[in-house]
Design a binder for this molecule. Sequence first.
Ligand code: FE
Length: 169
Amino acid sequence: MKTYLLLTLTAWSFTFAACSQNQKSTSTNMNNTTMNKSDDEWKKQLTPEQFNVLRLKGTERPFTGKFEDHWDSGTYVCAACGNELFNSSAKFDAGCGWPSFYEALDKTKVIEKQDFAHGMVRTEIVCAKCGGHLGHVFDDGPKPTGMRYCINSVSLDFKSKKDSSSIKK
Ligand code: FE
């Protein structure tokens, strides 16, 4: 009986140790993908316009952004942290004045948040890596998803397909 108890306790402590290890590595991984920069650090890195949109949730004026009428093949990345966000193949002309996409590169790249600002109920889209404000998503987009990710150009940078062979498809 004593041996049985000892064996059970040993097995239990190994299981507990394995779980703790697993939790530790998950936590480390989260730290690697979450950026906690101060406003001062962001101000040093970003232009005033980028800071206003990405960190203060501003909106660029429609039909003024550099990617509103931009149709090259490649990947749109977060202007603040480089996180790959949208593929050019998902971009379409929504006629709304901002670059629009029917889907994100994958669901883990962006986070959706309820936004009650300006007397409206909208779904805000932020970068999953740095938390930067990108724009909003609406359900009036084209097939195949029916979604319209309406994104500020100033929140984006572009990697051309020609010089981005390392980008995952
Ligand atoms: Fe980002």
